[in-house]
Design a protein around this ligand. Structure first.
Ligand SMILES: Cc1cc2nc3c(=O)[nH]c(=O)nc-3n(C[C@H](O)[C@H](O)[C@H](O)COP(=O)(O)OP(=O)(O)OC[C@H]3O[C@@H](n4cnc5c(N)ncnc54)[C@H](O)[C@@H]3O)c2cc1C
Length: 236
């Protein structure tokens, strides 16, 4: 698999305890929205059993000029080093990997169901589809405990605003003051936003517990398995 040297341009918080890192696109690198890469630290001052790299989805869309990944900052050697990197730091990028991607030129409705850091590949796919002028109906169910956890929410709201084919359903599971959907996604919530549950292709991703819970909801609602694509963020 191809390997590239990349230079950190900047990093910035995008939600509580969540860091986005931005890089120039290396020459010759291309990817499909939804794919991931392996990001490897060069000669880090500390390491751990998981090694110096992690698989991270590309949260940037191919149409954007920079590459961007985002991650929850937990207390592991990799994340501690990542958090301390200054602009100009050199890393290695390997990839891209994965087939958690949208079908080419399709009018089939798409439903994304994700939560927390699972938003990364979805941000890429949704922004790319809108950039390409896709007319396929897109519904994004995006769950977080509270507003502070919801990375990229404002820009996704802005991207969908005024587009008749894009609905963003923002769910808060632990914020009783939230004006939108609250609590865990269930069949009733799905039916409030998706007219014909059999029609769409479903994309579920994020921490494995969330993906398996969502898969059960869809199975219970009678959605055939071959309509469901999943990507589990092993390690959460
Ligand atoms: C296809 C794919 C795409 C992914 N995309 C992303 C992405 O876009 N963004 C992203 O952040 N991650 C993504 N991941 C997950 C990522 O690869 C890491 O596994 C994850 O970020 C955790 O890394 P870590 O250094 O925090 O923990 P690791 O050191 O990798 O954790 C190892 C083990 O320790 C446990 N652990 C570590 N720290 C804690 C803690 N503080 N509390 C509880 N348990 C802990 C973990 O549950 C895990 O079992 C993706 C994974 C896959 C497979």
């Amino acid at each position: 698999m191809a390997s590239y040297d990349i230079i950190l341009k900047r990093s910035e918080p995008v939600a509580d305890g969540t860091l986005a890192l931005y890089f120039d696109k290396p020459d010759g690198f291309s990817f499909r929205a939804g794919q991931c890469v392996r990001l490897v630290l060069k000669e880090p001052p500390e390491t751990d059993d998981e090694g110096n790299g992690r698989i991270l989805s590309l949260a940037s869309a191919p149409a954007e000029s920079e590459l961007m990944v985002a991650t929850r900052l937990r207390d592991t050697a990799f994340k501690r080093v990542l958090k301390g990197l200054e602009p100009g730091a050199e890393l290695t990028l390997k990839g891209p990997y994965g087939d958690f991607v949208l079908p080419a030129a399709s009018d089939v409705p798409v439903v994304f169901i994700t939560g927390g850091i699972g938003i990364t590949p979805v941000r890429s796919m949704l922004l790319q589809a809108l950039d390409e002028g896709s007319s396929c109906p897109i519904t994004l169910f995006y769950a977080n405990r509270s507003l502070g956890d919801a990375a990229f929410l404002f820009e996704l709201q802005q991207a969908c605003a005024g587009r008749s084919n894009c609905e963003l359903v923002t769910i808060m599971t632990q914020d009783t003051g939230w004006q939108g959907e609250q609590g865990h996604l269930d069949e009733a919530m799905l039916r409030r936003h998706v007219v014909n549950l059999q029609a769409p292709l479903y994309y579920l991703d994020g921490p494995p517990g969330l993906v398996s819970a969502m898969r059960s909801v869809l199975a219970g609602a009678g959605v055939p398995e071959d309509r469901v694509r999943t990507e589990e963020f092993a390690g959460y």
